[in-house]
Design a protein around this ligand. Sequence first.
Ligand code: ADP
Length: 236
Amino acid sequence: MLELRQVSKVYGLGAAEVHALREVSLEVDPGMMVAVMGPSGSGKSTLLTIAGSLEEPTSGQVLVAGHDLATMSRNDKARLRRQSIGYVFQDFNLLPGLTGAENVALPLELDGVSARRAREAGLRALDALGLADRASNYPDQLSGGERQRVAIARAVVGDRQLLLADEPSGALDSENGETVMRMIHAACRQGVAAVVVTHDAQLASWADRVVFIRDGRIVDQTAPALGPESLLGQDR
Ligand code: ADP
């Protein structure tokens, strides 16, 4: 679903040059959840913005759903972002004047889907993440954890196949952080590919794979032996 091939990103010029990514290669299959960990400034956000076609790499190739971003027109990339990629950030960015369901339906409406069909798809996405009873609530009537779950529903509404999340649990307590990771995990079980930046090793253990990045380089990749639920003896 997502493939980075030898991707490098250099910001600035000459003495001010910053090598944010150095020949990073990463493959994320449909249904797979990858956590990215690393110190501040190591290139995690750059990796997400390049994977999400929000910035171009200095060198290397980025493929999303088999399309090489470098060969796509601006319009095609915009459509890919609208239809296939969902973004979740630390602060939830829900629109305060819209209910949960309306927030989730918004990306579809912006993409030209009729209001009724967008609303139905929005309710389905909320239902799939266990939030059906919050659909009519406005963001200020939701807890921080619920707001972030609505943001995740919005990121996977319709047929989005790639979910990119930058510290989605950063502003939450550990219980809500777990819930958010559980939601992303649930989305992956429905076939979504997810890349999730987190500082928290416990939360990273929800992922199928953890990638460590340092000074713009992937330094280690591990498949965690046991996720938190397997420790509790539950089926993930
Ligand atoms: P992280 O998300 O791991 O904290 P970033 O990807 O934000 O790291 O940043 C990686 C490096 O690239 C840092 O040194 C940062 O200062 C630099 N950087 C990121 N974005 C820009 C930019 N738009 N212009 C210049 N330098 C940038």
